[in-house]
Design a binder for this molecule. Structure first.
Ligand SMILES: Cc1cc2nc3c(=O)[nH]c(=O)nc-3n(C[C@H](O)[C@H](O)[C@H](O)COP(=O)(O)OP(=O)(O)OC[C@H]3O[C@@H](n4cnc5c(N)ncnc54)[C@H](O)[C@@H]3O)c2cc1C
Length: 309
């Protein structure tokens, strides 16, 4: 049994989610190969070769793969992936963009967002926004799987010494081209990788009031998230949204401020290790999942908390 893990990377560095995906592959068992498809991706390939438990790194270096356009990368993965028992990618925007095309090309069902591995052909995945967990058994010859990072602790980034092999595949499919990207720059940790997340909801009242959360987050070394209501109201950009239609986070500590705790929000954060809720309504559903709840006006509680940190 040999498993192909698709590296999530920026050509110059590996994304941390790759380590969680390798962890899922290790649970399945067997040899683990990592594919780095990119352009001038030597640094990412080198990093992949150091991941604990990886036996081989395949590097497909081609200008057509530079920006992970699914139209170009999926045919390469489908081509290489035919000889593997499993193809795994992180359930990030990239993974979710690329892997369904791979599954279609291989004529198999995709198994999406697994959170645990029961055996080589049986996996657990959340359904109904995390309100039920399905156990899925697959008889597909090649199992095409996206992995929810929060379900698997990352393997060590160092310690391995995998062989690196160059591979090639179909070039530019000519169906799409990369126009540009606007990357949000922040000195705070990335939301899905942060150990502490402070999130604000509609209770924040406006975007300016988020400064209270930024001040607290900076003292805690935390990322700042938001509910969809806060995003829809234009308080903060939508890359900060946590929840069913936002980002899935599972930090050591999640502080929900002025968030009621709708199921769609809980779907994105309820696996956090410790949940703290600050809400002036003691009946707010967020208190049902909170380990620590503070019934208080956030405009008093948050500045006070910040002073204490
Ligand atoms: C298909 C679908 C997908 C969705 N996806 C998401 C998603 O990904 N993420 C998400 O978050 N939501 C999502 N939603 C929306 C979700 O249903 C809720 O509407 C949303 O989460 C509510 O956000 P909120 O808790 O900030 O606002 P509200 O529900 O309005 O809650 C505001 C809270 O702030 C408290 N508050 C107000 N003032 C203060 C104060 N001064 N001090 C302390 N507390 C105060 C109130 O008591 C209240 O509990 C989705 C909905 C649908 C239908």
């Amino acid at each position: 049994m040999t498993i192909l893990v698709i590296a999530e990377h920026t050509n110059s560095a590996l994304a941390p989610a790759t380590l969680n995906t390798v962890a899922a592959a290790a649970k399945i068992g067997g040899d683990i190969h990592v594919l780095v498809a990119g352009s001038n991706a030597g640094a990412a390939a080198e990093a992949a070769a150091k991941i604990a438990g990886v036996s081989k790194v395949l590097v497909a270096d081609n200008a057509a793969y530079a920006n992970q356009l699914p139209e170009n990368v999926a045919p390469l993965i489908a081509d290489l992936g035919k000889s593997y028992s499993h193809i795994l990618a992180s359930a990030t925007s990239n993974g979710k963009n690329i892997l369904p095309r791979v599954a279609a090309a291989l004529d198999v069902d995709q198994i999406s967002e697994i959170i645990s591995v029961e055996s080589a052909d049986t996996f657990k995945r959340p359904i109904y926004a995390g309100n039920a967990i399905a156990t899925v058994q697959s008889s597909a010859a090649v199992k095409v799987i996206t992995v929810r990072s929060t379900g698997f602790d990352p393997v060590a980034a160092e310690g391995g010494s995998a062989a690196v092999e160059a591979v090639s595949g179909p070039s530019d499919a000519g169906k799409s081209s990369f126009v540009g990207e606007e990357l949000a720059k922040s000195d705070r940790p990335e939301l899905t990788a942060a150990k502490i997340v402070v999130s604000g909801g509609r209770g924040m009242q406006n975007g300016d009031n988020f400064k209270h959360l930024y001040a607290l987050a900076d003292k805690l070394g935390a990322a700042v998230g938001a509910s969809r209501a806060a995003v829809d109201a234009g308080f903060v950009p939508n890359d900060m949204q946590v929840g069913q239609t936002g980002k899935i986070v599972a930090p050591q500590l999640y502080i929900a401020v002025g968030i009621s705790g709708a199921i769609q929000h809980l779907a994105g954060m309820k696996d956090s290790k410790v949940i703290v809720a600050i809400n002036k309504d003691e009946e707010a559903p967020i208190f049902q999942v909170a380990d620590y709840g503070l019934v208080a006006d956030l405009f008093e509680a948050v500045p006070e908390l910040e002073k204490l940190v």
